[in-house]
Design a protein around this ligand. Structure first.
Ligand code: SAH
Length: 397
């Protein structure tokens, strides 16, 4: 007995056969039974063949998200224990201890657990339940991660826009309080940071950039650096630790800059090499040009300009603008580390935009390296949406 069933339109099973985990509303022929939000559905092709077990989300364009492609393995504690154990094992293999004690333990769809995100900051877990299905299994999922990770403190940050699209109210707060409170001290690549799990952006820290911050540390020696969209100082501290002669850091969030300054104070670094600017990067880059400032290392790590492909044209203008104006500040021989975390902008498109900016700036660039998210943000080959972060390391010739 399969229970409530989602029947696909004829010919719409192709992406599921390729193990893409989303079923869009337009592919649905009919729902049999009367499932509630988050309930498990059997997904069947028009000919009745079983394809997957999925969570029902009637409010969302993504009408169902797949838990399992195996008819013998419907969602429940057994399936979740196995998936979470596999996710934790991947991190043990892929994230070596010197990288630090902060990492993403569960990366939603890419770990086979749609909408479920878990970041670990020292001994505190920050969890996000971003889909109707993960919300439905909230206690089970959190209980398993808690047990398998051995972390006592758990803070929930289910307060993103994604929840609204699923028809879910936002929720945040302690599930199991940590003695240390909301400011959790972590170590990354030998640098100390304090993460505000309650008030910080996302879950508090941008863990996906860990390895790229390590790259910047390696490249920064003796350079005058500019870090745009610095948040709590990730790339700033990495550049200083790597021996940058100075770092100018820009962000439009005063709270992020305050945290960045205090993070600098947690480390034995010369605060005199750091300059902070509370400003909009778009305007600040133009102003720096007018002041004839120039740098030999620039980091551009803006927020997501294009959540979906339909936002790509507007986002492209934003990326072009900041890359063009950053290149105008880059000395010959200087390095630009430029990123996009927009799911709607492919790596190919991003490279084209940056090449266009270089042409307009009249500079010649050597592509020295491509950046991606750290391996605790894995990518499933059939779920390209999971490959959102891309970056380029460019040298001005
Ligand atoms: N590189 C950071 C993460 C950047 S997150 C790290 O490694 O931790 C993006 C940052 O951009 C946020 O701190 C946000 O406050 C800031 N931001 C967003 N729009 C901005 C703008 N127009 N000008 C300046 N900062 C902006």
């Amino acid at each position: 007995m399969r229970g409530p069933t989602l029947e696909l339109k004829r010919g719409r099973e192709r992406s599921l056969v390729r193990r893409h985990p989303w079923i869009f509303s337009g592919a649905v022929e009919r729902i049999h039974g009367s499932p509630q939000t988050g309930d498990t559905l059997a997904v069947c092709a028009a000919d009745g063949a079983f394809l997957a077990w999925a969570a029902y989300s009637p409010a969302s364009q993504i009408r169902a998200r797949v838990w399992s492609f195996d008819e013998e393995c419907p969602p429940g504690p057994g399936l979740f224990e196995a998936k979470i154990a596999a996710a934790l094992e991947l991190r043990r293999q892929a994230v070596p201890a010197p990288a630090g004690n902060a990492l993403r333990l569960i990366h939603a769809e890419s770990d086979g657990l749609p909408g479920f995100v878990v970041d670990r900051y020292a001994d505190v877990l920050v969890v996000q339940l971003l889909s109707a299905g993960s919300e439905r299994w909230r206690e089970t999922l959190i209980g398993i991660v808690r047990e398998q990770s051995g972390c006592a403190g758990i803070y929930e940050r289910s307060d993103t826009d994604a929840r609204a699209l699923e028809g879910l109210a936002s929720r945040s707060g302690w599930i199991a309080p940590a003695a240390a409170g909301c400011l959790v001290r972590i170590l990354e690549n030998g640098i100390r940071y304090e993460v505000d799990v309650a008030g910080g952006q996302k879950t508090g820290f941008f863990l996906d950039q860990r390895d790229n911050r390590a790259s910047v540390m390696r490249l920064a020696g003796g350079r005058e650096a500019l870090n745009c969209f610095c948040y709590t100082g990730g790339f700033t501290l990495a550049a200083l630790a790597g021996g940058a002669s100075s770092v100018l850091s820009i962000d439009s969030s005063g709270a992020a800059l305050d945290r960045a300054r205090s993070n600098l104070g947690l480390n034995a670094m010369d605060a005199g090499r750091a300059e902070w600017l509370d400003a909009d990067v778009f305007g600040a880059l133009r102003k720096l040009r007018a002041e004839e400032r120039a740098f030999d290392l620039i980091v551009l790590d803006p927020p997501k300009f294009a959540p979906t492909p339909k936002d790509a044209p507007r986002a492209a203008r934003g990326y072009k603008d900041i890359n063009l104006n950053a290149l105008r500040l880059l000395k010959p021989g200087g390095l630009l580390a430029t990123f996009s975390c927009s799911g709607g902008v492919s790596p190919e498109l991003f490279q084209k935009i940056v090449a266009g900016a270089a042409a307009d700036a009249g500079v010649s660039l050597l592509l020295r390296e491509r950046f991606a998210a750290a391996p605790d943000h894995p990518v499933l080959i059939d779920f390209p949406e999971g490959e959102y972060l891309k970056g380029l390391l460019l040298e001005r010739r």
